[in-house]
Design a protein around this ligand. Structure first.
Ligand code: SF4
Length: 202
C-alpha cells in the first residue's frame, strides 16, 4: 500500500492527518491531545490493543461499551458516547484515493462519525489501506466484517468459514449499514485520521 499517497489524498479532501510508526507513539499522542474532555469510543480492536482506554480514562470521562461500569446499560453508554466532545473510532478500510469506510450492525459507531462532536479521531493501522474505493469496499466486506463476525461469535457463514462475505440473510448479520466519508462532515468540528505504520485490528 502507498501510505504517502493515502496521506496526500486524505489531506486534499480536508482531513487532518497524522502518522506514527508505532501504536505506542500514537497512543501517547492521543493521551497528550485529549485532556479533560468527554470521550466516546466505538467498538475497536485497534483502540483496545493500543491501551487507549487506560490512558484516556485517567484524565477524561470515557464512554466505551467495552469498559462501561457494571450495571450501566449498553444503550446508556451509546447515548453518552454520541454526545461526547471527542469521539474515537477505527475504520474498516481507507482507500489510497482518500475515502474512509466503516460498516456497522448496531449503527452507534458509524452514527458517531457523522455528527455532533468537537473532534473525531479515526485511528488505523496501515493494514486497512486499499488501492481505491472498490478495493476498500471489498476489504471492509470480505476481510474486516468476517473477522469481526468471528470475534463476536456470530452464527453467520463468514464467521463459520472465515474466508469471505456471503452477503448473508442471517439474523446475526453484522453488516447492516455502510458509511463512506468522502470528506470531513460539517457537523463535526475536525476529523483527524491517525495512521499507524503497524498491523492493527482487522
Ligand atoms: S453480510 Fe453476513 S456473511 Fe457478509 S460479512 Fe456480514 S455477517 Fe458476514
Amino acid at each position: 500500500m502507498n501510505v504517502a499517497k493515502t496521506m496526500e489524498n486524505l489531506k486534499k479532501r480536508g482531513f487532518t492527518v497524522s502518522y506514527f510508526d508505532t501504536a505506542a507513539q500514537a497512543a501517547d499522542y492521543l493521551d497528550r491531545s485529549i485532556d479533560s474532555q468527554s470521550v466516546g469510543v466505538g467498538g475497536s480492536v485497534t483502540l483496545r490493543d493500543m491501551g487507549v482506554y487506560e490512558k484516556l480514562a485517567a484524565h477524561n470521562e470515557v464512554f466505551w461499551q467495552w469498559y462501561a461500569p457494571e450495571g450501566t446499560s449498553q444503550e446508556e453508554t451509546y447515548r453518552k458516547a454520541e454526545r461526547a466532545d471527542v469521539y474515537l473510532s477505527s475504520v474498516n478500510a481507507i482507500a489510497e484515493t482518500g475515502e474512509i469506510l466503516n460498516i456497522d450492525g448496531t449503527g452507534n459507531r458509524v452514527a458517531a462519525t457523522l455528527y455532533g462532536h468537537k473532534k473525531l479521531y479515526l485511528v488505523t493501522g496501515i493494514n486497512k489501506i486499499a488501492a481505491d474505493y472498490d478495493a476498500a469496499l471489498w476489504r471492509a466486506r470480505n476481510i474486516a466484517s468476517p473477522k469481526n463476525a468471528q470475534r463476536l461469535q456470530k452464527k453467520t457463514p463468514c464467521a463459520l468459514r472465515g474466508d469471505k462475505c456471503y452477503d448473508c440473510s442471517s439474523p446475526d448479520r453484522i453488516c447492516r449499514g455502510l458509511v463512506v466519508l468522502w470528506e470531513p462532515v460539517k457537523g463535526i468540528g475536525e476529523t483527524e485520521v491517525v495512521l499507524i505504520g503497524e498491523t492493527l485490528g482487522y
